[in-house]
Design a binder for this molecule. Structure first.
Ligand SMILES: Nc1ncnc2c1ncn2[C@@H]1O[C@H](COP(=O)(O)OP(=O)(O)OP(=O)(O)O)[C@@H](O)[C@H]1O
Length: 171
């Protein structure tokens, strides 16, 4: 039971980071796109292992960066040189992982013939041409507003519609 609870707490930490850190949402959205498009590249098991390891590294770096930021903000409302260097190093850690993940991406996916195949695939399946901008718009909303921001907007819109319909007395 304790074991299952530790999963719950860990999951809560990940959700908090996604809800509060735009960079984490950027990482997760990019990872989803990369994963979906990776099917065009027929990667080997080892290449997929490298890809997942890279995702894990970037997500973990962002989580630890958020830990550092939260701890620093707990104790330093005003300027503090130690807080400054701790925060700088934590975000430096994320930058290192992000830069090297781009390098990994180039190594795995720099195959111009596959790019041409993807383009061809999209022209052959117009539904994909429709879905791509829809998913991209959803990804932009997810990144900019976050899950909580989207939920609040939907709630506000729902309440607004109810008020319009019931003349402002609906509960
Ligand atoms: N209390 C502080 N004292 C000194 N410097 C600070 C303090 N808070 C922030 N800084 C400096 O400002 C930079 C930005 O800090 P901030 O807390 O805004 O993080 P951030 O870069 O916005 O992180 P993220 O975008 O990941 O949330 C830090 O890297 C640090 O150099």
């Amino acid at each position: 039971m304790r074991f299952l609870k530790s999963f719950k707490y860990a999951f809560r930490g990940i959700v908090y980071c996604i809800n509060n850190e735009r960079n984490m949402r950027i990482h997760t959205a990019i990872a989803l796109y990369v994963f979906v498009f990776s099917f065009f590249f027929h990667l080997t098991r080892v290449e997929y292992a490298v890809l997942f390891l890279t995702f894990a590294l970037v997500f973990a770096a962002e989580l630890f960066n958020t830990v550092a930021e939260e701890l620093c903000d707990l104790n330093a409302a005003s300027f503090n040189p130690v807080v400054r260097i701790v925060k700088d190093m934590a975000s430096g850690g994320v930058l290192v992982c992000a830069v090297f993940s781009v390098t990994v991406g180039v190594c795995l996916f720099w195959k111009p013939n596959v790019f041409a195949q993807i383009l061809w695939h999209f022209t052959q399946h117009p539904i994909l041409l429709l879905l791509l901008p829809l998913f991209t718009a959803a990804a932009v909303f997810y990144i900019v507003l976050g899950p909580l921001g989207i939920r609040d907007r939907l709630r506000r819109r729902k309440n607004g519609n109810r008020e319009r319909f019931f003349g402002g007395t609906g509960k």
